[in-house]
Design a protein around this ligand. Structure first.
Ligand code: ADP
Length: 626
């Protein structure tokens, strides 16, 4: 019998399949089932206008028949079938349009992506088979044909018998090896799982004979019983109209699919028919998964193309700041693009991911508006991620995120939005004030926070490492700049107060530079201030880097040079210590040195910082005590 050669391109692809080290060989089943479903579609659509097709909608089906004895799996369909010519054209060459560029597939790594995301159709069956037999009869034709191939050395096409139109594909499974157990595909349980995983939403029934063991009540013996079951559920939940889906349906779907026993905080189900046509079903979990804030966590939505799972986790569909969202996207547009340039497909994904981002943002904004309690609980789980989003990419995502972030505020210690803060700002208030620290309680004890609050201003309490970085990146909100209460340029004094303290500083210049000299590099200056209420000292920072930011940066495990904030020690002019220092300056240089060091240590402690030399501090204090 004449053996025909595959077309060059097909041969390359075939070669790739046969020698594939791809770990998810299981996708071959998805590919063959999708082909069968397409073939049925073709006949079904023809039946709408062609009376010679007598099959009813309910007559169509796909059957999967594993046979352990012969080590084969049969996949049958009663779709349109193929003529001899079609067999040649479809299975002897690549049906996909010529523009599909296989050059990529031969570069390392790329191969895996192409197989995984789109499969490569019929040929993927060679990943698990060493011989494939296709028997097919085209609808309306009398003759049937058999196509057979053992891989690269070609294929044969011969006439054969087949009663009805349709196709029957027999895979002769490869022998098991040390690394691969192909025989697992003969197991009905395994096949059932694969069908449910990849092809659950194929519109026609996928049937398989399932044999179960049952005990006979009378004879007390085990008997086997075989029933034909429809394995797939056929209509995907997300394809149904929202009015036909109950909360329970969503909850059950979410639980089964994402193994989360807690109901989602929010279900987002929508259809888009704009620049991209797709259905999306997404969930915002109530709690962060245990690995959410680790590098093990992988973001992404499932990507379906007309009900067929293409990719388990498509990361490109979700921005990092919404990485907590679970769910799926189903788009018919994608399947068209698969056979065209990959680039085009990328563009489509971008359009979809933009639409998804917008939707998630709007849903969160709605939740914030209508159910504050729920939003705050969402915020506790995922707020940090949103704040990272504000900081990321040079603040590019501010429009999406700035109205979704919350901070605890001095206003009743409640979480507030930036909008709420600004709406309450006093007329003369120029800036949005914030203070940083480990906890809200510690921040409240900051002398500067106390001062700003006592003047009647609201202060945001920042307790997460990312907070100040995020606000600095944002720089302003509704044209109000963010100002750290511990910053040198905190401008809350009257002109008169400013003039008084300026004079005081000028008068005491000698004392202040002596103190700066004592502290050396630890501070960039020592000054008097009249903004503190009761505290003797505090630390403020000059320039771009705050003390808090310095701390965060230096905690990071980079080999780089340590960050250094420009720290100014400020002494309260109205505190008795001010007079004492002036006295010591004129008659006891040694005591001035120890007082200065002790004050600096105090300022660090009050500011929530650790002290550099506790032993020295202890002996300085002791010396004063004895
Ligand atoms: P694709 O499905 O992506 O076009 P395949 O290599 O999987 O590529 O299949 C090639 C072609 O073979 C299909 O386009 C279809 O025309 C034909 N074909 C495959 N399987 C069947 C089937 N079960 N019934 C009818 N035609 C089929």
């Amino acid at each position: 019998m004449e053996k025909k050669q595959f077309q060059t391109e097909s041969q390359k692809l075939l070669d790739m399949m046969i020698n594939s080290i791809y770990t998810h060989k299981e996708i071959f089943l998805r590919e063959l089932i999708s082909n069968a479903s397409d073939a049925i579609d073709k006949l079904y659509y023809r039946s709408l206008t062609d009376d010679t097709v007598t099959l009813k909608r309910s007559d169509y089906k796909i059957c999967i028949i594993p046979d352990k004895e012969s080590r084969t799996i049969k996949i049958t369909d009663n779709g349109c079938g193929m003529t001899a010519e079609e067999l040649e054209n479809n299975l002897g060459t690549i049906a996909k349009s010529g523009s599909y560029d296989f050059k990529h597939s031969h570069e390392d790594g790329e191969e895996i992506d192409i197989i995984g995301q789109f499969g490569v159709g019929f040929y993927s069956a060679f990943m698990v088979s060493d011989r494939i037999t296709v028997i097919t009869r085209a609808f309306g034709k009398d003759e049937a044909w058999m196509w057979e191939s053992e891989g690269v050395d070609g294929y044969t096409v011969t006439p054969c018998e087949k009663t009805d139109a349709g196709t029957e594909i027999t895979l002769h499974l490869r022998e098991d090896t040390e690394n691969e157990t192909y025989s697992e595909y003969l197991d009905t349980y395994r096949l059932r799982n694969l069908i449910r995983k990849y092809s659950d939403y194929i519109r026609y029934p996928i049937c398989m004979d399932i044999t179960t063991e049952k005990r006979n009540e009378d004879s007390d013996e085990y008997e086997t019983e075989t029933t034909t079951e429809t394995i797939n559920s056929m209509v995907p939940l997300w394809k149904k109209s929202t009015k036909d889906i109950s909360e329970d349906d969503y909850a059950a779907f979410y639980r089964d699919k994402y193994y989360d026993f807690e109901a989602p905080a929010k279900t987002i189900h929508f259809k888009s028919e704009g620049t991209a046509t797709f259905d999306a079903l997404m969930f915002i979990p109530s709690k962060a998964p245990f690995n959410y804030y680790t590098k093990d966590f992988e973001k992404g939505l499932q990507l379906y193309s007309s009900g067929v799972l293409i990719m388990e986790k498509c990361g490109d569909l979700l921005p990092d700041y919404f990485s907590f969202v679970r769910g799926l996207v189903d788009s018919a547009d994608l399947s068209l693009n698969i056979s065209r340039e990959l680039l085009q497909h990328d563009h489509q994904l971008k359009v979809i991911s933009k639409a998804i981002e917008k939707k998630i943002k709007n849903e969160l904004a709605k939740m914030l508006e209508s159910d504050r309690e729920k939003y705050e609980s969402f915020w506790n789980a995922f707020g940090v991620q949103l704040k990272f989003g504000l900081y990321a990419d040079y603040g590019m995502h501010r429009e999406v995120l700035q109205d979704l972030v919350l901070f605890t505020s001095s206003n009743e210690d409640k979480l507030v939005t930036l909008k709420e803060y600004v709406s309450r700002m006093r007329e003369e208030q120029k800036s949005i004030y914030y203070a940083c620290g480990e906890t809200v309680d510690k921040i409240k004890m900051l002398p500067q926070a106390e001062t700003v609050i006592s003047k009647g201003y609201e202060v945001l309490y920042l307790t997460d490492d990312i907070d100040e970085f995020a606000l600095r990146m944002l720089a302003n909100y509704e044209e109000k700049t963010f100002v750290n209460v511990c910053a040198e340029d905190l401008d809350i004094s009257t002109e008169e107060e400013k003039a008084t303290v300026k004079e005081e500083n000028e008068r005491s210049e000698a004392l202040l530079s002596a103190m700066k000299y004592i502290l050396g590099d630890a501070v960039s200056a020592v000054r008097f201030t009249n903004t503190l209420k009761n505290h003797p000292v505090c630390l403020t920072s000059e320039g771009g880097l705050s003390v808090g930011m310095e701390q965060v940066l230096n905690r990071m495990p980079t080999g780089e040079e340590k960050a250094k904030a420009q720290i100014v020690m400020e002494i309260n002019t109205s505190h008795p210590i001010a007079e004492k220092l002036k006295m010591l300056h004129s008659d006891d240089a040694e005591k001035l040195a120890s007082y200065t060091k002790i004050l600096y240590a105090q300022a660090r402690l009050i500011g929530g910082l650790s002290i550099e030399n506790p032993a020295e501090l202890s002996s300085l204090i002791c010396d004063l005590m004895i």
